[in-house]
Design a protein around this ligand. Structure first.
Ligand code: PEP
Ligand code: MN
Length: 262
């Protein structure tokens, strides 16, 4: 829980990435790792923009068992190659307690996805790991439950935690999930952890991602996450909501301007 501003958790990565410091950051990358070439196209673009992080799922917790489940360890190896060549810190999801040890050589920040926020054995194992953990809010989790999930990681020994608001399930159908924008200042007041807002999985709508991302920065988020794919039309997951590189350029220009305001 929060005591003094000076207690704020600042997560750093080996390439000089800082989350929760004075500067707001961005986490961009494809929904799923599909091939080396696919991730590389995004990585090159991110490096041109001076970015420090890249995301991409190798283990995909899909709603349907018939959908693409991710490349698994092959995907992690691709991410590691990208990390070595482009010096981008890699954020990727783990879904099994055994994944922490297995993924350790490949990943810089472990992601725990919305569907696993209540997986307490996974949280405890994340607590025993020696890398930062990006914890996403569960689909129907209250803010209090989200904080308890973070406490599970902390109580098991790892205080390098980043919280990610990614929208919750409500009756509203205009967006994929309902972004709980007030969660951001509440989490900033109630915890000492960096808070990111995922504008892709919350809105599910490229047409409103930019204003929503600006709102996230305005209410105090430490950064924004969004999905980018070189050719979303052939993406193996979330084809409808990933930005292509042209859309990303426009989005980035604006959000980078907004970033400097806050
Ligand atoms: C993701 O970020 O890849 C993802 C699956 O998001 P969420 O867990 O928030 O649905
Ligand atoms: Mn996705």
């Amino acid at each position: 829980s929060r005591k003094l501003k000076s207690d704020d958790t600042i997560v750093t990565t080996a390439n000089g990435g800082v989350i929760g410091g004075d500067e707001k950051i961005f986490v961009f990358g494809p929904c799923s790792v599909e091939s080396y070439e696919q991730v590389e196209q995004v990585a090159e673009n991110l490096v041109e923009k001076g970015q420090k992080f890249i995301r991409g799922g190798a283990f995909k917790p899909r709603t349907s068992p018939y959908d693409f489940q991710g490349l698994g360890v092959e995907g992690l190896k691709i991410l590691k190659e990208i990390n070595k060549k482009y010096d981008l810190a890699v954020i990727s999801e783990v879904v099994d307690p055994h994944h922490f040890e297995m993924a350790d050589p490949y990943i810089d920040i472990y992601q725990i996805g919305a569907r696993n926020m209540h997986n307490f054995e996974l949280l405890k194992e994340a607590g025993r790991s020696n890398k930062p953990v990006l914890l996403k809010r569960g689909l129907s989790a209250t803010i209090e439950e989200l904080i308890y999930a973070a406490e599970y990681i902390h109580a098991s020994g790892n205080s390098n935690i980043i919280i990610c608001e990614r929208g919750i399930r409500t009756y509203e159908k205009a967006t994929r999930n309902t972004l709980d924008i007030s969660a951001v200042p509440i989490l900033k007041q109630g915890t000492h952890l960096p808070v990111l807002v995922d504008v892709t999985h919350s809105t599910g709508r490229k047409d409103i991602m930019l204003p929503v991302a600006k709102a996230a920065l305005a209410v105090g988020a430490d950064g924004v996450m969004a999905e980018v794919h070189p050719d979303p039309s052939v993406a193996l997951s979330d084809a409808g909501q990933q930005m292509d590189l042209n859309e990303f350029d426009l989005f980035y220009k604006e959000i980078e301007q907004a970033r400097k305001l806050y």
